[in-house]
Design a protein around this ligand. Structure first.
Ligand SMILES: Nc1nc2c(ncn2[C@@H]2O[C@H](COP(=O)(O)OP(=O)(O)OP(=O)(O)O)[C@@H](O)[C@H]2O)c(=O)[nH]1
Ligand SMILES: [Mg+2]
Length: 597
């Protein structure tokens, strides 16, 4: 309104709408900038900016987190409300899910009251048509007095229409959809719907999706489906990534090709042993001690990367399928016990990708108590993809029984911490409200973009730290500091956990990144596993070491995000809590396994 009042040309387009209606997909189609697109509500938790051409000029475009109401309480939704207030010279494009028009129009009613210049994008018109909905868009446009485009974001259909709609955005006609209370607005919306929408029974959702859908959230039958999903992921990541991928990169590429080649080249270039040892490590061993190339790069690229990449791929497929919200429904009852509800599954499962992003996703939770609880659980026991990668690889080397011990201990600790924290942390929990998106076949294009961008992100975030860590270890090793540290850590590592002294170095690396610590352990134990030489005692060591490292402090990046999102006191408190928890649990597992395993 104000833009129109002042006669200014708008310079910004804000995409708003209910969660999971395709705002980010439309944003990508309008601007050519990729914003994460996933099939669950709450994908976008902060504003993404891009630009689009409009005639001769360009407009800024903002993609916002989904919101069910401008009056709602969760942090991510407040972001959208604040943006609407802050951007004075903007037009708003409300994205609606055409197969759920009623919910969308309720938000339109709020935007009508706010008086902003508005254009509507009736997105997902493909799915609306399939379900037999037909919407008289010209009539709706006429009644509301705002331009409307019918779009299919993922196929980039209707984009020209949308650009025109943006150019002609108008505030909603006076007296339309302006009911003062929620009930009045509902009446307004239902009246409008009766005029513009008809549903024929001819079209219905494809039967396979409906049938599978019922099964996925079924109280009993849902469980075997969950088990099957987990099993497929495990095989995919464990076999394709951890076995074939790692084996190929570590042994063939690094071991037979790169390391010998580089050693020979270096020996020829520089006869001195010190620089050579720094770059390659003594004796040119793959994953040998503290060579920048043989340890830093070999850990990061040969051990972690193939597993992380296959994990990202499996994860992106899951995200796009719409299975995650169904998992939330299944987990709701269990999570209630620890003061959370099903919605908390989303950040926790995302934590398996990256703790940093997951901590930010806790914004989708309604109450502060829930956000604090989830941040704590993420920091305590949800391993990130890189770490999970190495855990997978290590568990593949021990017996199923030992692997089960690890899983049981981690689950137990999470439940205990959750139970305790739910009692201690003040505040309330919220009701579980989550719209289930339809199950869809994942879009190969979107899956590939997401996987590649996550791999890029991993290389950017993790590899430099791996190199820094290796350098630190090398310096420590050279100066004798490592011996001192290993001595200092010995009472904990050797005395308390019964682990070999060499593994102390891995724990020191754990301060940089947990997966780096796990990769160190992997390098230590994998040769035995490959040669079939794992003893029972070693299996116990593996479980103890893995438990401790997994519970151990989160990596630097996620620690900083916890600090930013929840404050310094909380971040430091988490550290103070986790350190004894990790070592205490490790020691307990050691004692228990020696008796009962
Ligand atoms: N069939 C169909 N699927 C679509 C369409 N637009 C988006 N999708 C899918 O809908 C899901 C949600 O898309 P997003 O763009 O992430 O939705 P969003 O509104 O940004 O979601 P939040 O950020 O969580 O609020 C994804 O799986 C998309 O592939 C469409 O027009 N047709
Ligand atoms: Mg989004």
């Amino acid at each position: 309104m104000e833009a129109a009042d002042r006669g200014l040309q708008p310079d910004t387009v804000i995409l708003v709408g209910n969660p999971n209606v395709g705002k980010s997909a439309l944003f990508g189609a309008l601007t050519g900038t990729y914003a994460t697109v996933s099939n669950y509500p709450g994908t976008t938790v902060a504003v993404t900016r891009g630009r689009m051409r409009s005639g001769l000029s360009t407009l800024a475009v903002l993609d916002t987190p989904g919101t069910s109401s401008l009056a709602s309480t969760s942090e991510d939704e407040a972001v959208t409300r604040d943006i609407l207030r802050a951007e004075k010279n903007a037009v708003v494009v409300q994205v609606l899910d055409a197969k759920n028009l009623r919910r969308g129009l309720l938000l339109t009613a709020e935007l009508a009251q706010a008086g902003v210049p508005l254009a509507l994008a009736l997105n997902m018109s493909d799915e609306a048509r399939e379900r037999g909905y037909s919407i008289d868009a010209p009539l709706l446009s006429c009644l509301l007095g705002v331009p409307i485009a019918q779009t299919i974001a993922v196929q980039r259909e209707g984009m020209q229409q949308l650009r025109e709609a943006i150019a002609h955005a108008q505030p909603v006609r006076p007296f339309v959809l302006k009911g003062a209370s929620v009930t009045e607005r509902l009446v307004d919306v239902d009246t409008l719907l009766a005029l513009v929408m008809t549903q024929s029974n001819a079209g219905r959702a494809s039967p396979w999706a409906v049938r599978l859908d019922r099964l996925t959230t079924h109280r009993f039958l849902g469980l075997p489906i969950l088990a099957a999903v987990l099993y497929v992921c495990y095989e995919f990541v464990g076999v394709l990534g951890a076995k074939l991928g790692v084996d190929f990169l570590e042994n063939s590429v690094f071991g037979k090709l790169l390391v010998p080649l580089l050693s020979r080249a270096l020996a020829w270039l520089l006869p001195s042993g010190a620089v050579q040892a720094f770059l390659i490590g003594p004796a040119g061993l793959v994953t040998g001690r503290y060579g920048l190339f043989s340890m830093g790069l070999a850990y990061g690229i040969a051990i972690v990367l193939p597993i992380v990449a296959s994990f990202f791929l499996a994860f992106s497929v899951l995200e796009d399928s719409g299975y995650l919200p169904r998992l939330a429904v299944m987990a709701d009852r269990g999570l209630r016990v620890i003061g959370l509800n099903g919605k908390a599954v989303l950040p926790m499962v995302l934590g398996l990708g990256c703790g940093t992003m997951a901590t930010m996703t806790s914004r989708i939770l309604e109450t502060k108590k829930e956000r604090v609880l989830v941040t704590l659980l993420l920091a305590v026991g949800v391993p990130c993809s890189a770490q999970l990668a190495v855990i997978f690889a290590m568990l593949a080397g021990v017996s199923a029984g030992a692997a089960l011990w690890f899983v049981a201990v981690m689950t137990g600790v999470m439940i205990l911490v959750g139970l305790l924290a739910a009692q201690l942390i003040p505040g309330r929990s919220s009701e579980f409200v989550l719209e289930l998106p339809p199950l869809r076949l994942p879009h190969p294009g979107n899956v590939v973009i997401k996987t590649v961008s996550r791999i890029e992100w991993y290389l950017r975030e993790a590899l430099p730290l791996f190199l820094v860590g290796t350098f630190l270890l090398w310096v420590l090793d050279r100066t004798g500091g490592l011996l001192v540290l290993e001595h200092a850590a010995a009472p904990l590592v050797v005395g308390l956990l019964d682990l070999p002294r060499e593994t102390a170095g891995s724990f020191i690396l754990g301060f940089l990144r947990r997966d780096y610590a796990a990769a160190g352990l992997f390098a230590h134990y994998a040769p035995f596993a490959r040669a079939g030489l794992m003893t029972r005692a070693m299996e116990i060591e593996v479980v103890v070491a893995l438990t401790t490292v997994t519970l151990f402090i989160p990596c630097i990046a996620s620690f900083l995000v916890i600090w930013k999102e929840r404050g310094a006191a909380f971040a430091l408190g988490v550290l103070a809590f986790i350190f004894p928890l990790a070592f205490g649990t490790g020691a307990l597992v050691n004692v228990l396994m020696r008796r009962f395993y």
